[in-house]
Design a protein around this ligand. Structure first.
Ligand code: SF4
Length: 313
């Protein structure tokens, strides 16, 4: 007899406006300029998306030096790039299109403005993430000090006469970041922050949604790739919100459905760079052997969309 299972489907989940735009930029560039099209770094951190674009004629590189045919268009990924990258492309007369998410560009502009106004900038974020490299790379070396943890905030010493300000990566844990900011504010009451917070709407909403389903679930699958910052944060938030068994999976193939026969309540969500198709594939796989009721739990309506660069219109 098939087993009765309830799937608690978090909403919002999956693609955000910045990811949608970045993928659209690649597709429109292929239509307008033909293939191959180069993309510097994974356009978004998702294995499925990257493999699919490779099949359509995209060559992914980590560095402009790897580009064999410099007459072909190059796209910069949604995570943003240090200023040195477009500068180098211009020097080499490489035609490039920037797919940096406008919400990441907003943080870049904040950093530039603060630097212009002689602030010491603290960037809350994860070392080596391309977004952090891109944001730090908007300014001369050592203009931005990276804070990764509460401990680092606690021990930070402000050794110069500059005023102090903080900015953040867009895909952080809302709760962890709030704790770091509150610590910094306690230590440095004069510290300034962005007018509108830097953690983006998509990150915030996906975390709120998984928080809501976590207490109802025996197991949660977060669909997303291992290098996707916002997906990793969803795993942490789900665990912290009451579900012990939380797995980050790239696709249905990685979900060991056979092992969850004891589970009556399965939660599913996906990171901002994971296509909805992967969600449906996983649900269908569970439906294969079980009697399934899908309950979608919605915590926000998202109506954000971003314009494409003019050159592609
Ligand atoms: S997660 Fe946020 S910052 Fe990143 S691409 Fe999506 S909307 Fe932009």
């Amino acid at each position: 007899m098939p087993k009765k299972i309830t799937i608690h489907l978090a909403s919002p989940r999956g693609f955000c406006a910045g990811v949608d735009r970045a993928i659209e930029i690649v597709k429109k560039t292929i239509i307008k300029y033909g293939t191959p099209v180069y993309v510097r770094h994974e356009i978004v951190h998702n294995k499925y998306v990257v493999e699919d674009l490779k099949k359509q004629g995209v060559i992914f590189v980590e560095d402009l030096n790897e580009i064999k045919d410099k007459t072909r268009p190059v796209i910069f990924s949604a995570h943003g790039v240090p200023k040195s990258v477009p500068e180098a492309a211009k020097l080499e007369k490489i035609f490039f299109i920037d797919a940096t998410c406008p919400l990441v560009s907003k943080v870049h502009r904040e950093a530039e403005q603060l630097n212009k106004n002689n602030f010491q900038i603290l960037l809350i974020g994860h070392a080596n993430h391309p977004e952090v490299i891109g944001t730090m790379g908007q300014l001369p070396k050592n203009s931005v000090h990276l804070i990764e943890t509460k401990e680092e905030a606690e021990f930070y010493k402000h050794n110069n006469k500059k005023k102090l300000a903080y900015i953040t990566q867009t895909t952080l844990s809302v709760e962890d970041t709030a704790e770091i900011i509150s610590l910094l504010k306690k230590k440095f009451p004069e510290i300034q922050g962005p007018k509108r917070e830097d953690i983006c709407y998509a990150t915030t909403n996906r975390q709120l949604a998984v928080k809501k389903i976590a207490p109802l679930c025996d197991i949660i699958y977060v669909i997303g790739s291992k290098n996707s910052s916002n997906s990793l944060r969803l795993v942490e938030v789900a665990k912290r919100s009451g579900c012990k068994n939380v797995f980050l999976v790239d696709s249905k193939e990685e979900s060991e459905i056979e092992n969850i026969l004891e589970c009556k309540n399965i939660g599913i969500t996906s990171g901002a760079s994971a296509p909805e198709k992967l969600i449906h594939d996983l649900i269908n796989k569970i439906k294969n052997k079980n009697e399934v009721e899908v309950r979608e739990i919605k915590v926000a309506n998202e109506k954000v969309s971003f314009k494409l660069p003019k050159i592609l219109n």
